[in-house]
Design a protein around this ligand. Structure first.
Ligand code: HEC
Length: 423
């Protein structure tokens, strides 16, 4: 009895082995129906992250093109099916059926230059993926990569290297100083200079102060989004910010968004598509500054002002991110630094220093620097109260009196022991 059983099971094995080798010899095939069903499933379950074009965004990689094909070339189609079944959609892995995932794989194949046929795709097919993707196809994909020189929406600059998704971009103009590097990928040509009168009364579509206007109203008069349609809002793009504590108030001008990131990394993004235009990265003398918090920036004319964690004030060219000038506000070795971000009034960059909670002799103070572009680095001597103290509403405040940790508060946060005032 046991002998018969053994013979039967061996022949079953043989049949299975034959069947498998027949399959692997098969071309990769899927039907038009599978592809169409897969497309609908893709749109509702995957496109939010990988984009309707399959080009990928942010951390979700492209699911078409040479990177994707190189990644999967020669591997059995069942591996791709398994990966999708077990890990995707990223927010609810395993939520789709075997058949639905098979249809999605068929759709992905159709988007990678494979045509539907009469034979249906099976989830456990061992047929190798993109087996023919060498020779002429590989040559043409190299050409495509070379053409693609400008940044993609949601990616940290230009194209990603195939090996490392998150690697720093390869293409861009590099400007460097002793204290920074700027990568410029695309000049923000459409940025229009911001005059003092525009700062005083910003255009509806702009957000040129940390709270929109000098009165800090924080109110946008734009009315395209309203009570009726707010529920229809959906994700337009995602941008991965620098790791660290983050409480930024970005600024927007002429469709360019300026974002202060942790670590004093300042980025200019195309606000419509999330494409990076340039990135300024602070280099700290002691290598530190990681996660340094900066809540906002200021802008005036064609400059973006950055108050750095190591107590400097930097003016960047709004179109390229290149450093125009830089001054030391205070000695960071004594614990001084910036977290709030400056504001501009009448061409003066007003900043409240931080890091002086220790109440040492030299305590916190507010500075005003001329924002003018004319001077070179080092020539921007502060015009006001370094050492002078402040006189507000007829009352003298000693210089050692202000701690400015919050944006917009360099003036509002004047303080002296036992006495608090908002002005
Ligand atoms: C919430 C966002 C999100 C959704 C929705 C999503 N993915 Fe992903 N997907 C990702 C991320 C992020 C990765 C990268 C994961 C990693 O590298 O560990 C990824 C990776 C992949 C990969 C691996 C690609 C490669 O080249 O290695 C495939 C294939 C994939 N996703 C397919 C899908 C499919 C099919 C769907 C829909 C059923 C889907 N994803 C839905 C975010 C998402």
């Amino acid at each position: 009895m046991s002998r018969v059983h053994a013979v039967v099971s061996r022949s079953v094995c043989l049949v299975a082995a034959l069947f498998a080798s027949e399959l692997s010899a098969q071309e990769l095939a899927f039907t038009a129906e599978q592809m169409e069903r897969g497309q609908q499933l893709y749109v509702s379950n995957c496109a939010a992250c990988h984009l309707p074009s399959l080009q990928g965004a942010f951390e979700a990689p492209a699911l078409r093109g040479s990177n994707f094909q190189n990644q999967w070339q020669g591997r059995p189609v069942s591996d791709l099916h398994t990966l999708i079944s077990e890990t995707m959609p990223a927010q609810s892995p395993g939520s789709l059926t075997v058949q639905q995932n098979t249809d999605i794989v068929a759709y992905l194949l159709s988007q990678n230059e494979l045509s539907p046929a009469s034979a249906a795709l099976q989830a456990d097919s061992t047929a190798p993926l993109f087996a023919d993707a060498d020779g002429p196809a590989a040559a043409s994909s190299v050409a495509a990569v070379q053409e693609q020189r400008t940044p993609l929406p949601g990616f940290p600059g230009t194209i990603r290297s195939p090996e490392a998704r998150d690697r720093a971009p390869e293409v861009g103009t590099l400007f460097s100083t002793d204290t920074s590097t700027t990568h410029m990928y695309q000049q923000a040509d459409h940025f229009r200079n911001v005059t003092s009168s525009e700062l005083a009364s910003p255009a509806d579509a702009d957000w040129t102060y940390w709270r929109k206007n000098p009165q800090s109203h924080g109110y946008s008069p734009l009315d395209q989004i309203n009570k009726e349609n707010v529920t229809d809002l959906s994700l337009a793009w995602v941008w991965g910010m620098e790791p660290g504590r983050s409480q930024p108030g970005p600024l927007v001008r002429s469709g360019v968004m300026f974002v202060p990131n942790a670590g004093n990394v300042i980025q200019a993004l195309d606000a419509a598509s999330g494409t990076i235009l340039w990135e300024y990265r602070r280099v700290f003398a002691d290598g530190g500054g990681d996660g340094a918090l900066l809540r906002t920036l200021a802008m005036w004319e064609d400059m973006i002002y950055v108050a750095t964690a190591d107590a400097h004030l930097v003016a960047l060219d709004a179109r390229t991110g290149q450093v125009r000038w830089e001054v030391e506000i205070a000695d960071d070795a004594k614990g001084f630094g910036n977290t709030s971000g400056p504001i501009v009034a009448d061409g003066i960059v007003i900043n409240g220093i931080n890091g002086c909670q220790q109440f040492q002799l030299e305590s916190c103070f507010i500075t005003g620097h001329e924002g003018t572009p004319a001077k070179k680095s080092g020539e921007h001597s502060p015009f006001s109260n370094m050492g002078l103290g402040l006189r507000i509403r007829g009352e003298d405040f000693p210089r050692n009196s202000g701690v400015a940790g919050m944006s917009g508060f360099p003036v509002a946060g004047i303080r002296r022991p036992g006495w608090c005032s908002l002005v």
